[in-house]
Ligand binder design. Sequence first.
Ligand SMILES: Nc1ncnc2c1ncn2[C@@H]1O[C@H](COP(=O)(O)OP(=O)(O)OP(=O)(O)O)[C@@H](O)[C@H]1O
Length: 257
Amino acid sequence: MSAPEDINARQKPAVATTGSGTNVILATRQLTKKFGGLTAVDDVDFEVNRGEIRCLIGPNGAGKSTLLNLITGKLSPSEGDIYFDGNDLTGLDPHERIDTGLSVKFQSPHVYENLSVKRNLQVPLQRTDRNVDRVMAETLEQIALTEQADTPAGDLSHGQQQRLEIGMAITLDPELMLLDEPVAGMSVDETADVADLITSLHDDGMAFLVVEHDMEFVREISEQVTVLNQGAVFRQGPIEEIETDEAVRRIYLGENA
Ligand SMILES: Nc1ncnc2c1ncn2[C@@H]1O[C@H](COP(=O)(O)OP(=O)(O)OP(=O)(O)O)[C@@H](O)[C@H]1O
């Protein structure tokens, strides 16, 4: 007779889940976050492929920010694991995660208002051995702020500040960028600029995981969409399929559809 199975022992997937031989850059396995009696993220197996733009959508309280915060390390999971490019991130602090090639830009700009655009870009560059002058020039051009290089960040428009913060993230040449509502509060023109920036970085091979409510913007940038509801994955697929899915339309896109 075989040994009785330990029903409490959860099998960990091999770290190779997201290793260099696979197309998956980020994977969560049985990821769960409980706040007291509330399960905000519930047993989520979720993946982002190399070089793809994946948007995470869902109604208020669906668990999108909590999932993102678990991936960045701002929150610790109650259960489950997070793998990034062959590394088990679960026990790493946020800075150690950034050193593995994960980059994050949150909803509101976190630029240094008293420093010039250039000096802001120099802050993350101190963490790397990349050629500062070359990366600086390239980044200023990518975020369309070359003319504002010496302008204090506090004098930039909201859209320019958001682009600067994306610029700070891309100086580290991340494989995957996490964006939490990158166009919240932006004008139509500013939103279009950010969409252009994301698609051009994507053309250069960068992967994105974007939490977003603005469905116009999701349509503009997204290849793959994951719909979260009540902490669990409800649907995943190309934007065209998600948008025409009756249950998704009825329940999740509601006022935005
Ligand atoms: N620190 C916390 N303590 C207790 N409950 C929390 C905490 N953070 C989030 N929650 C709860 O967890 C659930 C998921 O919240 P979360 O912010 O992740 O949802 P969301 O999909 O990002 O929502 P929104 O679109 O409104 O930002 C909600 O019920 C929320 O009230």
